[in-house]
Design a protein around this ligand. Structure first.
Ligand code: FES
Ligand SMILES: [Fe+2]
Length: 353
């Protein structure tokens, strides 16, 4: 069901320091740790000896030690030490665990869960991720199927309904159409644009108006600010607003499938204006810390209440309207990679409108 020749975000760089952490990515149990040079390594979490859980082991001199009998593994998964054999003992040749490719960039750690195919591309570099004011949320385990979760993170049409208690508008009105949808030449990213016609303004909630005025720096009705959308194979979704000061305000989410009914979800926002004050940044941070979890709870609620358990792939016969354009573009792109690997996505690729 999932594309496996793909990079998935497993953790933030700060999450992997001197202790190993366990992660399940596309149904594969892994453990991440840093070797003696500080490079992140990813190994299958099951020890070659008796299946001890390496995820609860510890790091010794850049090797990973199993918590059961203390066998140690290097970053390539080779067993380097078996305590019971003593210093001159011969380590069995088969004592090895699977290693997975890792790519660490711009504060995130990506893993490639397919041990057969060698990665031939890297996640795109985004300049906004290097901006000084980057407010990052913690990695969250979110219940819901993958496709609904990614689509939910790029879908503005649920905001004033599902999030009416937090960031949504008090009244539901029409959204501007999504236009100019393009697919990257390597078929790993899709982009679209929303341009408001001034006659079609919608009323934002008081919270949204306050946040947009202070966070986005726009003074017209901010709910109807023009924006661009982008979704990538890594599960990264980007909402980019051009502010009046010519800088961007970017809200992003990264969804990584854990299994058919769970995802890791990373979110954050960034103001690319480097001269924002410390106070301004503190407001950002406090706003995100206090409202963010409530917003994600609301998302999780609607996605799981609906269909996550009954239909892991989401609705079996979805009907779409213009507001679903970006979600559909992602769904088609991701599905094409699953098909290319000889798999079958659990969700229908998409029906025409
Ligand atoms: S199970 Fe890991 S060392 Fe024995
Ligand atoms: Fe949402």
């Amino acid at each position: 069901m999932f594309a496996t020749q793909n990079w998935y975000c497993a953790a933030r760089s700060d999450d992997v320091l001197n202790k190993p952490i366990a992660k399940k990515i596309v149904n594969t149990e892994m453990v991440l740790f840093r070797d003696s040079e500080g490079f992140v390594k990813s190994l299958a979490a099951m020890c070659a000896h008796r299946g001890g859980n390496l995820g609860s082991g510890r790091c010794i001199d850049g090797n990973l030690e199993c918590p059961w009998h203390g066998w140690r593994y290097d970053g390539e998964g080779n067993c380097t030490h078996v305590p019971s054999l003593g210093p001159d003992g011969k380590i069995p040749g088969a004592a090895k665990v699977q290693a997975y490719p890792v790519h660490e960039a711009q504060g995130f750690i990506y893993v490639w869960p397919n041990s057969e195919a060698i990665p031939d591309w890297k996640p795109a570099h985004h300049r906004f991720l290097d901006a000084k004011y980057h407010v990052k949320g913690a990695c969250r385990l979110q219940k819901g199927n993958f496709i609904n979760t990614v689509e939910g993170s790029i879908d503005d049409s649920h905001v004033h309904i599902a999030h009416r208690k937090t960031i949504g508008a008090s009244t539901a009105v029409a959204l501007a159409p999504i236009q100019n949808v393009t697919v990257d030449s390597d078929n790993r990213g899709v982009e679209g644009f929303m341009k408001w016609d001034t006659a079609a303004k919608r009323k934002a909630s008081r919270v949204t108006q306050w946040m947009n005025k202070h966070l986005l720096g726009v003074s017209e009705d901010p709910a109807t600010h023009d924006k661009s959308f982008r979704a990538e194979m890594t599960g990264l979704v980007i909402h980019r607003y051009r502010k009046q000061d010519e800088h961007d305000f970017v809200v992003y989410g990264i969804t990584t499938p854990v299994d058919e009914c769970h995802n890791l979800f990373f979110a954050g926002f960034i103001d690319t204006n480097p001269s924002r004050s410390l106070i301004g940044n503190l407001i950002y941070w406090l706003g995100f810390r206090s409202i963010g979890p409530k917003v994600f709870d609301e998302d999780e609620g609607v996605i799981t209440d609906a269909i996550a358990d009954r239909f892991p792939g989401g609705h079996p016969r979805p009907i779409s309207v213009n507001a679903d354009t970006m979600g559909l573009a992602f769904r088609r792109m991701y599905a094409s990679h699953v098909f290319a690997e000889g798999g079958e996505p659990a969700w229908p690729a998409a029906r025409p409108n």
